[in-house]
Structures are given as structure tokens and as C-alpha cells.
Design a protein around this ligand. Sequence first.
Ligand code: ZN
Length: 168
Amino acid sequence: MPVRKIVTYGHPVLEKVAEPVAEIDDEILDLAHDMVLTMHAAPGIGLAAPQVNASRRVITVDLSVGEDPDELIILVNPEFIEAEGEEVNEEGCLSVPGIHENVKRPARVRLRGLDLKGKERVIEATGQLARVFCHEIDHINGRLFIEKLSPLKKTLVKKKLKKELAAG
Ligand SMILES: [Zn+2]
């Protein structure tokens, strides 16, 4: 399967805690492969499986958006080992079209997960890369970045989103 459809705000899969992957079988390999294509086509720098309506703990990250194969990271069952510091920067989401808001995230994270061969990888990230990991791991825990905004901001953003999504 090639590029998959990205689901948007309001779709129930985005609010579900995604299922851990017990075995990296063909279904997971297909999913991960399609996610990379979908992320690059969007274009985006990160994608989580729930965004293509697959409630599994798989994320893809590529700050180079396909320019540099070395920057592509695919992680199965990712989890944080450590997070420290604080950094505020603008964030957007392929599932939350038209919204870009400042969000506070850890400045540095360490996380682990499996690659597609089932081998454990430990990754340290700072700045933008740390932010993308936080954003994508939030997705597999059923959380969108707009939930981190102040109540007033959230209300404004949700109003704007309704209009945006109604306009198609
Ligand atoms: Zn997102």
C-alpha cells in the first residue's frame, strides 16, 4: 500500500492510547513503510500510526523530509527514559490543519524503542528533534498538541479548527 490518508482532529483514533506492537510482522512493516511515504508526501517531519488510522505504537521522524536517508528514524514501542529542561517553540500537526501554536516541551530527551529488525535503539535528542519525538509519542498516547494550550487559547483554536475542517 502506498500513501495513506491522514485523519484529522475529531477522529476518535486520535484520542485512543495506541496498542503496543507484540511482533514486527508484515502488517507492521507495511504500516511503517506507508507511514514514511505518507510523512514525506504530506510533507511532514513526523508521523504517528494513529494519524493514518492505525492504533499501534509506531512513529516515524525525519527532519530532512526525505532529503537525507540518515535522518529517517522509525521506532516501534518508543518510550522516554529521561527528559529535562524546557523549551518553547512553534508546533503544528498534519492532523490539526492550519494551526501553529507555541508549545512548551523538554529541551533534551532520551528515549528507546525498537527498529524494524526488532533491535533496541536508544536515542538522545535536543531542540527540534526532541520536540518531534515528544509530539509523536503524545499521539500514540492519544494526545494532541493543542491540548497543551491554555484553556482560552484552546477554545479559540477549536473554533478555528471547526471552520477549517468544515471548509474541507
Ligand atoms: Zn501531530
